[in-house]
Ligand binder design. Structure first.
Ligand code: PLP
Length: 409
């Protein structure tokens, strides 16, 4: 006997869609289970071996033994000491002036974006994003009934010159635009970083058309160049930019500590919404993040440690791509963890990724699912943060071999 559960589902469950990437990952894990050794350029996380796990372990032990609050609920907005440390951290590294009162600690950046979506999105609202954009955020907003409209991206980030046309076009159609969601630094999946001129222009347009901006700063601590670039929030003299941040790319994705920067009614509703959903971000992780920042470990182990390792891996990936596919088009990230490679115009990235896995045992992520329209069929997302320095050239060389077989030199 099997129950027909579908009839019990809420109507809005129709808006819940799985990620098109699940298929790729499932197939990869099936092959691995069969004992096949795969080279993966498909990850979306930092390198656990570049994260100072030993040091974090020592902090964790100390905290669990000495801080009883670490095993309890924290206030809904998080422990005040960490909010103060984060405010100081943002001032120092992002040139951003925020009050600890405006920071709400969340369950990762994902929790931050979900909370913001819940507080801001009505079914049918239009959200403008980069095209392509981070697939999880697109799914989270769509689950709330949002319609996504994308604006193309080039090497300098969102094509803000196309944004105004898009806003006008949507307004003419009587659509309600709620906010613009952007990942200006180290964009996922493109790997590009928005120039300062574009940032200023984006802010001015949002102001002109009275739109909010949600700035996803997931990769702000993963900058290899472009030291003069500041977050959109630092340009915001109107309270128009809401930030979703995270320590996931620094401490590791397992800690689940992120934050929202907001004010006024948005802040108030986020806090009310948060309590019944998850109470608070994990207390143990909050205390670990606190000690990590207090002891200067961000500078010692991230800026002067892990980050150099990621930079080295990025350089290696770009060098191997340039040597093996000199005529191919790919992005050259100055921040983040990804390179987007473009196959020839008419090629099918999904089919290429499948073939590459079967034939060469290299896993990559097709770019298509990140796109908000039918473009990006030929895009392939490559991750350089997670694979080893041995695997990067091996993976790229094998990819290049298949590329040449299929599309010529
Ligand atoms: C990794 C990531 C996040 C946040 O992930 P969490 O682990 O939930 O903090 C948010 N946005 C983008 C673009 C990301 O790549």
């Amino acid at each position: 006997m099997t129950m027909d559960y579908a009839k019990y589902l809420a109507g809005r469950a129709n808006w819940i869609k799985g990620s098109a990437l699940a298929e790729v990952m499932k197939k990869a894990s099936e092959l691995q289970k069969k004992g096949m050794k795969l080279v993966s350029l498909a990850a979306g996380d930092p390198d656990p071996d570049l994260i100072p796990r030993k040091v974090l372990g020592e902090i964790a032990k100390e905290i669990l033994q000495n801080q009883p609050k670490s095993v309890m609920y924290t206030p809904a907005n998080g422990i005040p000491e960490l909010r103060e440390e984060i405010a100081a951290f943002l001032k120092k590294h992002d040139n951003l002036e925020v009050s600890p009162e405006n920071i709400v600690l969340s369950i990762g950046g994902t929790g931050a974006l979900d909370l913001l979506g819940r507080v801001l999105i009505d079914p049918g609202d239009v959200i403008i994003t980069e095209n392509p954009s981070y697939i999880n955020t697109l799914l989270a907003f769509e689950q709330l009934g949002a319609k996504i409209e994308g604006v193309s991206v080039d090497n300098d980030g969102m094509r803000v010159d196309l944004l105004e046309e898009k806003i006008k076009e949507l307004k003419t159609k009587g659509q309600k635009i709620k906010f613009i969601y952007t990942i200006p630094t180290g964009q996922n999946p493109m790997g590009v970083t928005m120039s300062m001129d574009r940032r200023k222009a984006l802010f001015e347009l949002a102001s002109k058309y009275d739109l909010l901006i949600i700035e996803d700063t997931a990769y702000n601590a993963m900058r290899y160049e472009g030291g003069d670039i500041v977050p959109l929030k630092a340009l915001d003299n109107e309270g128009r930019v809401i930030v979703a941040g995270t320590f996931s790319k620094v401490l590791g994705t397992g800690f689940r500590v992120g934050w929202i920067i907001a004010e006024g009614d948005i802040l108030k509703k986020v806090l009310m919404q948060k309590q019944p959903i998850d109470f608070c971000a994990p207390a143990i992780s909050q205390y670990i993040a606190l000690e990590y920042l207090r002891r200067g470990y961000f500078e010692k182990y991230h800026l002067n440690g892990a980050l150099l390792g990621y930079k080295e891996k990025r350089d290696l990936m770009l060098k191997t791509l340039e040597e093996n596919l000199p005529d191919a088009k790919f992005t050259k990230p100055i921040a983040g963890m990804f390179v987007m490679l473009f196959l020839p115009e008419e090629a099918d990235g999904m089919a290429f990724a499948s073939k590459l896995m079967e034939k060469e045992r290299v896993v990559v992520v097709p770019g298509k699912p990140f796109y908000t329209d039918d473009s990006g069929k030929n895009a392939i997302r490559l991750n350089f943060s997670r694979p080893s320095k041995e695997d990067i050239p091996v993976g790229i060389e094998k990819l290049a071999k298949l590329y040449k077989e299929k599309f010529g030199e």
